[in-house]
Ligand binder design. Structure first.
Ligand code: BTN
Length: 323
């Protein structure tokens, strides 16, 4: 209901809409309209009300609330259900709980901040309030469980395209899932899965994008290794527009992966990769590999050439070594 009221107010632009008109159009009482307007004001919307004229939207806050996201969506599957938090520990944790409770394919969980944001290999991830896009998508694809790592590559391609569309910034993908700009991290992706031998129950794809974090707001110990879109472009970037574009690209690629093939997505990944054709060091548990990253295979594994032999690396932490 709230998102419908917002929609109507946005469409009306500078014009007032009477309480009576809103009530009739949405088939509810004028008191209900008044209550929703009050709730919208409480969450930061500046809505003017003038006796005999009605309501007019003066300003929308920069929120990724369910109402805002729903109104801007250009997708059918992703965002079919949206859970919104002002604060939570980790959207991946919330998404896993929802997935266990039967949440549908494409459900998204967004939080304005995370106080227990998680990265790969049990690392923490810095997620300050209103400054980035911290969200998770629940997917229930018909892939085999061993194909799930490719979802991370798919997500990295979608993020790269969305960032380019909205800001014109060309970022690079470091295998398997870091998005970097000039060697500094801009986006992290954490994919988690529940599966049986032959079937995926759910995949939770958690994506964190540093959008409007200034250098001063960045903790000193990570200042040298991370950046944000506002630092790169010199201006504030619309989180809503970026999330909308990202969901669009994610959905297109998700449909392509299920209905056609992963091959074009892997090709795009190769195009954006900053790992391929580089001398690298990969740490996988206690195993350290030095070699040249030559390609990824059909499962998304990294192929590393060591003394003329190809080694297949399925998971690990890559650093690129200067030649
Ligand atoms: C990494 O760089 O190691 C992955 C970071 C993933 C961060 C995102 S933010 C949204 C989602 N919720 C989390 O707790 N983590 C992911």
């Amino acid at each position: 209901m709230r998102s419908q009221i917002l929609n109507l107010l946005k469409q009306a632009g500078d014009n007032f809409l009477s309480g009576e008109y809103l009530a009739e159009t949405l088939n509810v009482s004028r008191t209900a309209i008044w209550k929703h307007i009050k709730a919208l004001r409480d969450s930061g919307y500046d809505i003017e009300s003038v006796p005999r004229n009605g309501y007019r939207l003066l300003h929308s806050p920069d929120l990724l609330s369910a109402e805002e996201v729903k109104n801007s969506l250009s997708t059918k599957i992703l965002g079919s259900d949206i859970k919104y938090f002002t604060t939570t520990d980790s959207t991946n944790n919330q998404a896993k709980k929802l997935a266990l409770d039967g949440a549908v394919d494409g459900t998204i969980v967004i939080s304005e901040e995370q106080n227990g944001g998680r990265g790969r290999l049990s690392r923490s991830f810095f997620c300050p309030k209103y400054k980035g896009i911290w969200f998770s998508v629940i997917l229930r694809p018909d892939f085999l469980p061993q194909e799930a790592p490719k979802c991370t590559l798919l997500a990295a391609v979608a993020v790269t395209k969305a960032i380019y569309d909205v800001t014109g910034v060309k970022v690079g993908i470091k295998w398997p899932n870091d998005i970097l700009y000039n060697g500094k991290k801009l986006v992290g992706i954490l994919t988690e899965m529940s599966a049986e031998m032959e079937r995926i129950n759910y995949i939770v794809l958690g994506i964190g994008i540093d959008v409007n974090i200034s250098v001063e707001e960045t903790p000193e110990d990570i200042r040298d290794i991370m950046t944000s879109l506002s630092q790169i472009t010199g201006k504030k970037v619309s989180r809503l527009e970026l999330l909308n574009k990202l969901l669009y690209h994610l959905e297109q690629l998700y449909i392509m992966a299920q209905k056609q093939s992963f091959a074009p997505i892997l090709d795009e990944w190769r195009k954006y990769s900053i790992t391929l054709n580089q001398e690298i060091k990969v740490i996988s548990g206690n195993d350290v590999t030095y070699g040249e990253a030559v390609d990824i295979d059909d499962d998304g594994a990294l192929l590393v050439k060591i003394n003329g032999q190809i080694k297949r690396v399925l998971a690990g932490d890559v650093s690129i070594r200067p030649r």
